[in-house]
Structure formats: structure tokens, C-alpha cells
Design a protein around this ligand. Sequence first.
Ligand code: FMN
Length: 201
Amino acid sequence: MSKPVVYVVIHSLWGHIKTVAESVVEGLEAQGVEAKLFRVQETLPEEVLGKMHAATFDAIPILAPQDLTKADGFIFGFGTRFGSAPAQVKAFWDATGGLWASQALAGKYGGVFTSTGTQHGGQEITISNFISHYVHHGVLFVPLGYGSPLISGVDEVFGGGPWGAGTLSDSNGSRQVSQREKDIAKYQGESFAKVLKKTFH
Ligand SMILES: Cc1cc2nc3c(=O)[nH]c(=O)nc-3n(C[C@H](O)[C@H](O)[C@H](O)COP(=O)(O)O)c2cc1C
């Protein structure tokens, strides 16, 4: 039997989301799923990216929207933009009209993780807003839930919750992804893989 294939598809500016994605991939692979990391096409001009001190993600291949059909599930990761997905991610999904018309993604599984600058900058609303893409495509949203004790507790500041893994960058990008956030992200990969494997034949 072939392994289920999950695409982890990101947009990252400073690299926080890339770090979280690596832990999600680790969790998927730990459960015997074939995980591939992709990024969406960047749409900002180089000059603007330079002014925003963007990192380079050339080593991560760009996913063409129609290639979502090749995966059994996908987990999208992106930093919030005022409580919603970045325009780069919206542009990716805006190019899926043909897939929507044929409902080519219906019945596949989808997860989300995110990053915010501040503790209350909108992790839950960002994921909630994004889910309408999955709903219209018939993609089954897989939440992270409360299956891991790492999600609970108020002993420290951390990103991630029942909607999906997350991190906090601070407003200038100086904060790094914590070990707890990496562990939550790995758990998301593992739990997503377990859901997928239940129905994969
Ligand atoms: C245009 C813009 C809007 C943003 N809006 C928010 C916001 O509403 N709330 C918040 O906490 N952070 C906001 N941020 C911060 C980013 O979400 C955060 O720095 C990002 O998630 C870091 O992830 P990355 O290093 O992978 O790019 C915004 C950043 C930009 C550039």
C-alpha cells in the first residue's frame, strides 16, 4: 500500500512559519506519511521584500495551485495579515477556480497553522477566516483539538491552540519559535496523519 501524501504549503516572510512547518513535517513523517514542503508564489516585488527584511526561501519549491490534486491532504501555514491570510496565499487560492468548479479537492483533508506578531494578534480568527476556502472546495478541516496537554496552560506565552499550531514573532520579528510551539506543531502533523490514515486505502 502506498503512503498517504500530505503537502505542507507555506508563506513566510521572516522565517517563523518555515520553522513551524519543519516541525509539522516531522510529525507527519513520524506517522509514516509522505510529507512535502512547498511555498506559494511570492507576489511582492524584490524591492519591497528587501525593505521588509524578508528572508529567502528559494530552497522550497513553489506549488502550482492545480498540483493540490496530487496530495491526499494539505496543511497551509502563513503569518496573519490583519486577521486573515496574506495576499500571496489569497492569490494562490484565487487561482483555484477550475478546481472548485470540478470539486477536484472535495473529500481531501486540510489543516492550518499560523503566526502572529503579538499574543492577541489574531491566531484563531486568521485560521477561522481561512477555513472558508476549504468549505467551498469541500475540503475537510482537521483541527488540532485539545488532544495534547501542550495546548493547555497559562504558565508561559505561546502560540498555537485547538485551531492549529502557531507561533509569535514579536512586532520586529525578534522572537524565535519556542520548543513548546515546535512540539505543538509536531503534534499537529502527527494527529493530522492519524486522521488521514483512518480513511486511506
Ligand atoms: C501587513 C502585515 C499585517 C500584519 N498583521 C498582523 C496582525 O493583524 N496581528 C499580528 O499579531 N501580527 C500581524 N503581522 C505580523 C506577522 O503576522 C508576523 O510577523 C508573521 O506571522 C511572522 O511570520 P513569518 O516570520 O513566517 O513571516 C502583520 C504583518 C504584516 C506585514
